[in-house]
Design a binder for this molecule. Structure first.
Ligand SMILES: Nc1ncnc2c1ncn2[C@@H]1O[C@H](COP(=O)(O)OP(=O)(O)O)[C@@H](O)[C@H]1O
Ligand SMILES: [Mg+2]
Length: 567
């Protein structure tokens, strides 16, 4: 016997005598067994030289290769006739024959397999990954990474849409832990299970308070970005600021149950915009308005629409008229959007914050009373009617502002409680509020459907955040107009901190009287000659809505007619 190796092929020339018959399987088998005793399996008859009595047997070289998957590997010659479907049985028998090795490549068409030494955890990972990819274990190569994760090759049949969910499960449950993530590169056909900590939130993120803030300039894109808090990053990414982009849309809806963090979020929004010298207006119910006392002094004259429903309506009407004035001015300058105005001819943003819109909008029930009812009952009825009239004016103005004055630099942030069935906002207003935010870590699917346009596209608060009392405070989800939805935690500062900051920036302050709607303005909005407007709902009942509310041709009559048509 002698060796004549060539290019990975091993040949054995064996003296068999001239009686050897190459077409007799018994002859061939006997010689092969002799060769196997010395050289191991895998030899096939390759030729016979009758004159010399020499048979030539060959097999592909089984020299150890170390490059394969970074492990000690051997190439094994497969018996003739091995089919693709024999993979499983080959894998089992090779693992049996070569303890500590697994079949890592199976190429029956080349009549070869590769076996490699794999550690227990690589075998486990390989099984899980191949199952997720619906591939055979030997069709992917898996190796351990320095960070205790795994790298693997992707089979030709890999499709992100088809396999990524299963791979995610392998990364987070089967092989790794929550926080681990999958990376794939479809061009290089590689993937990895990468270990990472679950992203979560700190107990508090303090609102940034730069020492210097330039006044709002509509030609500067970054001025439109209101920092609302910190977004929950994707696995392996770092925490980033969550902005509310007022360039993409000026109107926003903020929902949440009581105590979910609406007011805290609103405060961050107000503080940033005041720091940029925006014209600020607040509309709220008297009972909740204490929340915003801290910024009352920074509002524009008449901007405190909180002391009564009449004041709320009067302030809203003031904004509407300012919107109409700006629209005219814009037209005069030949522009359609305030953002197109030259830097020196721009408008200041006018920002309207409405907290607890649900309460402001809920109509009082009007008692049914007989014609000759006692004065006390008549008074009750008239008061309810007057309240509802004011609410109608308010609703109408808000609806109008949201629908028509986006392009004149009026921004609106409306917060609502979300009850089980409704937000209290009618659909027409809802569609005009482009950005959607829902505060709370335990929001129900029903509430998400009430607030978001495409709830299925908005991430839910992850379990580990929800169940962590520190991390979950002030958490919400945002569906921003023109941007990717995210889970975030709103910034927090005490209202004293905000106030001190604004004063240090030189934001102008006004007296309470200056920011409260003028009695004569309120009377004008309600079409009244002049009555004492005590700033309370309990003051003398204004004219009931069954009368036209003012002198013919007045603004109030116009509104009344519009409402009457609506209703
Ligand atoms: N982003 C936050 N960071 C830390 N604590 C918060 C945050 N948001 C809310 N909280 C806590 O939750 C309480 C209730 O929040 P609040 O904004 O008043 O709720 P809502 O207006 O929805 O009723 C706050 O007083 C504060 O203690
Ligand atoms: Mg609140």
């Amino acid at each position: 016997m002698s060796n004549c190796g060539s290019m990975g092929i091993e040949r054995k020339r064996v003296r068999v005598g001239q009686k050897f018959r190459p077409d007799n399987p018994k002859h061939v088998q006997r010689v092969r067994e002799r060769i196997e005793e010395d050289h191991g399996p895998g030899f096939e008859l390759d030729g016979f030289e009758p004159d010399e009595g020499l048979a030539i047997f060959k097999r592909e070289s089984n020299t150890v290769v170390t490059s394969h998957a970074g492990n000690d590997s051997k190439i094994i010659k497969l018996p003739q006739g091995t089919k693709q479907s024999d993979g499983k049985s080959r894998a089992v028998s090779l693992a049996d024959t070569y303890p500590g090795y697994q079949m890592t490549t199976f190429e029956p068409h080349r009549r070869r397999a590769i076996i490699s030494k794999l550690s227990e955890d690589v075998i486990r990972a390989r099984d899980a990954i191949s199952t997720a990819l619906r591939a055979e274990p030997w069709d992917i190569q898996v190796s351990k990474r320095d960070d205790e994760g795994y790298s693997f090759t992707l089979p030709a049949g890999y499709r992100p849409s088809k396999h990524d969910d299963a791979l995610h499960e392998v990364a987070t449950v089967i092989i790794g832990e929550p926080g681990w993530y999958v990376e794939t590169d479809t061009h290089r056909r590689t993937g990895a299970l990468v270990p990472a900590e679950l992203a979560t939130f700190e107990a508090v993120y303090k609102t940034p308070m730069p020492k210097k803030m330039d006044a709002f300039d509509h030609t500067k894109k970054d001025h439109f970005q209101v920092p609302m808090g910190i977004a929950l990053p994707d696995p392996g990414q770092s925490h980033q600021v969550q902005y509310l982009n007022l360039e993409a849309h000026q109107m926003a809806q903020l929902g949440g149950t009581a105590g979910s963090g609406k007011t805290v979020s609103i405060n961050a929004y107000i503080a940033y915009l005041l720091a940029r010298r925006a014209e600020m207006v607040i509309i709220d119910t008297p009972s909740k308005s204490a929340d915003f006392m801290w910024c009352q002094e920074f509002l524009i004259p008449g901007g405190w629409g909180c002391d009564s429903i009449r004041h709320a309506a009067a302030t809203a009407e003031m904004v509407r008229q300012e919107g109409a004035r700006r629209a005219k001015e814009l037209k005069r300058q030949g522009a359609v959007n305030w953002k197109d105005l030259p830097a020196d001819k721009g408008f200041k943003p006018m920002v309207v914050v409405i907290d607890e819109l649900t309460a402001l909008y809920a109509m009082d029930s009007v008692p049914k009373i007989p014609k000759d009812a006692p004065p006390k009952q008549v008074e009750l009825k008239e008061r309810a009617e007057a309240t509802n009239f004011a609410k109608s004016l308010l609703k109408d103005a808000i609806k109008n502002i949201a629908a028509e004055f986006r392009f004149v630099g009026i921004c609106l942030l409306a917060s609502t409680q979300v009850a089980s069935a409704t937000t209290g906002i009618d659909p027409a207003l809802r569609t005009n509020l482009g950005h959607k935010l829902l505060m709370g870590s335990k929001t129900t699917e029903a509430n998400r459907r009430l607030v978001f346009s495409r709830p299925e596209a908005v991430p839910t608060i992850p379990h580990h955040v929800r169940e962590d009392p520190k991390a979950s405070r002030g958490v919400g989800a945002i569906e921003p107009e023109g941007d990717t939805p995210a889970v975030f935690k709103s910034y927090f500062r005490t209202t004293d901190e905000y106030r001190d900051w604004l004063i240090s920036l030189g934001v102008p302050q006004r007296s309470e009287e200056a920011v409260t709607p003028d009695a004569s303005w309120v009377a004008e909005v309600f079409g009244e000659d002049d009555i004492d407007d005590g700033g309370e709902d309990l003051g003398p009942a204004p004219e009931a809505p069954k009368h036209r509310p003012g002198p013919a041709g007045s603004k109030a009559v116009e509104q009344w007619d519009a409402l009457a048509l609506d209703g």
